[in-house]
Design a binder for this molecule. Structure first.
Ligand code: HEM
Ligand code: NAG
Ligand code: NAG
Ligand code: NAG
Ligand code: NAG
Length: 380
């Protein structure tokens, strides 16, 4: 994995913020499947179609570039009730039918789609998907929404919406996104024109009109500074520290047409960027990347302005304090261990039956995908 060179940066970053103290926090409460009362949960269980999750798909056999905006994958605008969320990659895949157009998919469908249409590397696709699935998916039905929750229909008396979704704030969705506002300001997942204008301004200033890893490093840092100064509940701890840095590499790796050559590789023009971020649509004739990409470039982005994991105190802005209790990009095994031992345990305090079996299977799939991290496996 390309994270490795980062270890050397930890030292200087730690010194820079050594004045701050550490503190632990409880994981934010939210309604997932496990958030139901015991009575509602057992009732829901009898209404859900329980499945055994399939093993994750393997790597592509042909992993070069090819046309992906083809006749079999026409763009269609989302219809009423179709779900879309904060991820421009998955939104685009749903709008082209690489994922079910309603925005609800199995983890295997997501892994297959991101590989097939964007050439995302297999292990990255797997661990990203299972990190999200375990936090926001319905482990019983093996389905996850790429947007908000889906209601459980046809149940009398009606139950609260129980199929989790990726826009669930504080799980996978997080603060300081580059084209989405922080949840604190209301809408956590819609395309935000003001922020996209800033994306274009930074691409002009640091990329001569193109978004590349230099721009990503500056914009990532700027968005963090904005959130520290504006959002009292700003949180960049644990998994969000990893995803915040990883996500800003994706546009330069996955949204650039795979036919680009030489110095044009990794340089995203603004018309193409708008097509993905705003319209959830491949540009005409789009070809996927010419090779499987991981989070290539994340070391460049992080080292431009290393910020350690942490958060504001929840009440006031400009109170950012380092908090490494849930791990980070810099301590990936701690991130994994705390994810299972703290976050997942608090979401699912006492899983039984099918839920427990499927949770264990998904955790195994996650651990398998993290094999490059060389961590010790944690069991429930
Ligand atoms: C492998 C499965 C994937 C999952 C589960 C996933 C999920 C997510 C989620 C939940 C977010 C919102 C996080 C936040 O900023 O608050 C996000 C952001 C993002 N995703 Fe994905 N994603 C996946 C694959 C991809 C792919 C293949 C691409 C590109 C082709 C992509 C591009 C992005 C970008 C650019 C953002 C940041 C948006 C912004 O900061 O405004 N993702 N993803
Ligand atoms: C877009 O983001 C900006 C900056 O975070 C925020 O002030 C504004 O309210 C957001 N607009 C919408 C429509 O959510
Ligand atoms: C995320 O945004 C949606 C749409 O504005 C909103 O309904 C939802 O409550 C938000 N979630 C959180 C946890 O802020
Ligand atoms: C980004 O673009 C700018 C302007 O062309 C260039 O100076 C810089 O080296 C590029 N960075 C990368 C990582 O390609
Ligand atoms: C996980 O948590 C349990 C109980 O809270 C603790 O005993 C155990 O040592 C933890 N495991 C790891 C690997 O941190």
């Amino acid at each position: 994995m390309v994270f490795l060179p980062l270890q050397v940066l930890v030292q200087s970053a730690v010194i820079a913020v050594a004045l701050f103290s550490h503190f632990a926090v409880a994981f934010p409460q939210h309604a997932s499947l496990a958030g139901l009362s015991e009575r509602d949960f057992h009732f829901a269980m009898t209404k859900l179609k329980a499945v055994v999750p399939a093993s994750p798909p393997g790597p592509l056999r042909f992993d070069g570039s090819k046309l992906v905006f083809d006749k079999k994958h026409p763009w269609e605008a989302p219809r009423r009730g179709d779900l879309r969320g904060a991820c421009p990659g998955l939104n685009t895949l749903a709008s082209h039918g690489y994922l079910p157009r309603n925005g609800v998919a199995t983890p295997s469908q997501i892994i297959t789609a991101v590989q097939e249409a964007f050439n995302m590397e297999n292990k990255l696709a797997r661990f990203t998907t299972y990190f999200a699935m375990i936090l926001d998916g319905n482990l019983v039905t093996d389905l996850i929404s790429i947007g908000g929750k889906t209601p459980l229909t046809g149940v009398d008396p009606p139950l609260p919406a129980i199929v989790g979704g990726m826009t669930n704030h504080g799980t996978f969705e997080g603060d300081a996104s580059v084209t989405r506002a922080d949840s604190f300001f209301g809408d956590n997942h819609s395309f935000n024109q003001t922020l996209f204008d800033q994306f274009k301004d930074f691409s002009e200033e640091y990329g001569n009109g193109f978004y590349n890893m230099t721009v990503a490093g500056e914009l990532r840092f700027h968005r963090i500074q904005q959130s520290i100064a504006q959002n009292p509940q700003f949180n960049l701890a644990g998994l969000r520290h990893l995803t915040a840095y990883a996500e800003v590499t994706f546009p330069a790796n996955f949204f650039v047409d795979g036919r680009k050559q030489g110095s044009e590789i990794g340089q995203l023009d603004m018309k193409t960027a708008e097509s993905f971020f705003k319209d959830m649509r491949f540009p005409k004739g789009f070809h996927r990347a010419a090779k499987p990409f991981e989070v290539d470039g994340i070391d460049v982005v992080f080292s431009a302005h290393p910020v350690l994991p942490g958060k504001n105190n929840g009440e006031e802005v400009d109170t950012f304090t380092v908090d490494e209790s849930l791990g980070s990009l810099l301590d990936r095994c701690k991130l994994y261990t705390e994810y299972v031992n703290t976050t997942v345990r608090s979401l699912y305090p006492n899983p039984t039956g099918v839920l427990r079996r499927n949770l264990e299977l998904n955790l195994q799939f996650l651990f398998d995908a993290l094999s490059d991290f060389e961590c010790t496996q944690v069991f429930l």
